[in-house]
Design a protein around this ligand. Structure first.
Ligand SMILES: NC(=O)c1ccc[n+]([C@@H]2O[C@H](COP(=O)([O-])OP(=O)(O)OC[C@H]3O[C@@H](n4cnc5c(N)ncnc54)[C@H](O)[C@@H]3O)[C@@H](O)[C@H]2O)c1
Length: 357
C-alpha cells in the first residue's frame, strides 16, 4: 500500500499493525509492503515483518525477544532509497542545472566519470578536453548515449557533449580553447565549472637518485603547468560573470608523498599549493578553487603502473579497497555546485581513510 498524507502507522495496537486512515483503519499483514514518497528524497519502502494475532499468548518477555530478533534483521548498507548514486542510479539532485562545464583529461578514467556525473546532475553543456580527437569523439558519443539512457523520461533537457583536442601544457592552445568554448559552445557565453583531471604519473617505482630529469620535467609540465594554464585561461570568464568553480584533481601523493613516485608526488603537492593560492585570490569574486586528493582509483593510469607500486599504495588504505570513478564524480559534483559556496582553497579527501587531514 502507498501511504497518503494524514495516515498514521501504529504498532502494538490490537489486533496488530494498523494504518489509521479516515474513515476506516486498514490492518497490515506480515509481508505487506508500505511505501511513502518523501519529497526531494525518493520512495521509502518498508515491509511489515510480523503481525501480533488476537489470540497471541506471548508473554511480555517473548514479545521483547521477538522485538530484539526483528531488530537484528535490519538491512545492511545505506538506508533504502537514499543510498546515493549506484552505478545504474540517477543522482538524487540536480546541482549543476544549466551550467556549462569543462573537464580536462575526460577521454577516459576519472575525468570521464566526472563529466558523466556533471551531465547527470543537469549540466547543459559538457566539454571534454584531452589529447586525441578520435578518443574524444568516441567518449562524447558514448557519454551522450549512456546519459540519455539513464535519464529516460526524467529531466527536461539533455546535456550536449563536445570533445576538443588540446594539450594542456600548451598555454596558447588552452587559452584559444577556452575562448572557443565561451564564444561558440556555451549557450550563454559562460564557463561555470572547470574540472582539471588531465594528468600523467610518469615513471614510477624509481628512487629519487635514479629519476631522469626529462621525466621529472614531463610530469611537472602536465600536472602543474597544465593546471596553471587552465586556471589562467578560465579565470577571465569567471571574473566577468562573478561566479565560477574550479576543481583540480590532486592526489594523496601530494599530501603524503609516495616512495618511488618523486615527480608525481611533487607535482600533486604543487597542485594543492596552487589551489590554495587561487582560492584566496578570488575569494571575493564568487569563484572557488578546490582540489580533490584521491587515493588509488582503478583506471588505466593505475593499470599501467608496476603491480608492486600499486600494492604499496593500496595497502595503505584502511578501507582495503580502491576508490571508484563514481565516488570521485559524486564528490566533484558537490564541490562544483553552487551550494559549495563557503569552501575555497581546500583539498578534499577521497582516500578510504588513508588521509585524515
Ligand atoms: N587513478 C588514480 O588512482 C588516481 C589517484 C589520484 C589522483 N589521480 C589523478 O586523477 C587524474 C585522472 O587520472 P586517471 O586515473 O583518470 O588517469 P588516466 O590516465 O586514465 O586519464 C588521464 C587523462 O589525461 C589525459 N592527458 C594526459 N596528458 C594530457 C595533456 N597534456 N593534455 C590533455 N590531456 C592529457 C590522458 O590522455 C588521459 O585521457 C590525474 O590527474 C591523476 O593524477 C588518479
Amino acid at each position: 500500500m502507498t501511504l497518503q498524507p494524514g495516515d498514521v502507522i501504529a504498532t502494538g495496537t490490537p489486533p496488530g499493525v494498523g494504518c489509521f486512515r479516515k474513515p476506516e483503519p486498514l490492518w497490515l499483514n506480515s509481508g505487506d509492503v508500505v511505501e511513502v514518497e518523501i519529497e526531494g528524497i525518493g520512495v521509502l519502502r518498508n515491509s511489515v515483518v510480523d503481525r501480533i494475532e488476537d489470540n497471541d499468548s506471548s508473554t511480555e518477555e517473548e514479545v521483547k525477544n521477538e522485538y530484539t530478533e526483528q531488530q537484528a534483521t535490519v538491512t545492511k548498507g545505506p538506508p533504502p532509497s537514499i543510498s546515493g548514486m549506484g552505478s545504474e542510479q540517477l543522482p538524487k539532485q540536480q546541482r549543476l542545472e544549466n551550467t556549462v562545464c569543462v573537464v580536462t583529461g575526460a577521454a577516459r578514467g576519472i575525468g570521464n566519470g566526472i563529466a558523466r556525473r556533471l551531465a547527470l546532475e543537469g549540466a547543459v553543456t559538457v566539454v571534454l578536453i584531452d589529447m586525441n580527437q578520435d578518443d574524444l569523439d568516441e567518449a562524447a558519443s558514448q557519454l551522450e548515449q549512456e546519459v540519455t539512457e539513464m535519464m529516460g523520461d526524467k529531466g527536461t533537457s539533455r546535456p550536449t557533449f563536445y570533445g576538443l583536442a588540446c594539450d594542456v601544457t600548451n598555454s596558447e592552445k588552452v587559452k584559444d580553447t577556452m575562448t572557443y568554448i565561451a564564444k561558440a559552445l556555451s549557450t550563454n557565453g559562460r564557463i561555470d565549472v572547470l574540472v582539471q583531471a588531465a594528468g600523467v604519473v610518469g615513471k614510477t617505482n624509481v628512487l629519487t637518485h635514479e629519476v631522469e630529469e626529462e621525466n621529472f620535467d614531463f610530469v611537472m609540465d602536465v600536472n602543474v603547468k597544465g593546471i596553471f594554464n587552465g586556471c589562467k585561461a578560465v579565470l577571465p570568464y569567471m571574473l566577468e560573470q562573478n561566479y565560477g568553480r574550479i576543481v583540480n584533481i590532486a592526489s594523496i601523493a601530494g599530501k603524503e608523498g609516495n616512495a618511488g613516485m618523486l615527480a608525481y608526488s611533487t607535482s600533486k603537492a604543487a597542485v594543492i599549493g596552487l589551489t590554495k593560492t587561487v582560492g584566496k585570490e578570488y575569494a571575493l569574486n564568487g569563484i572557488t578553487c578546490n582540489a580533490i586528493a584521491p587515493a588509488v582509483i582503478r583506471t588505466q593510469m593505475v593499470a599501467d603502473m608496476p603491480e608492486k607500486q600499486v600494492k604499496y599504495m593500496t595497502e595503505k588504505i584502511p578501507m582495503k579497497r580502491c576508490g571508484t570513478v563514481e565516488e570521485i564524480g559524486a564528490l566533484v559534483a558537490y564541490v562544483a555546485s553552487e551550494e559549495a559556496a563557503f569552501t575555497t582553497g581546500f583539498c578534499f579527501d577521497a582516500t578510504g581513510g588513508r588521509s585524515v587531514y
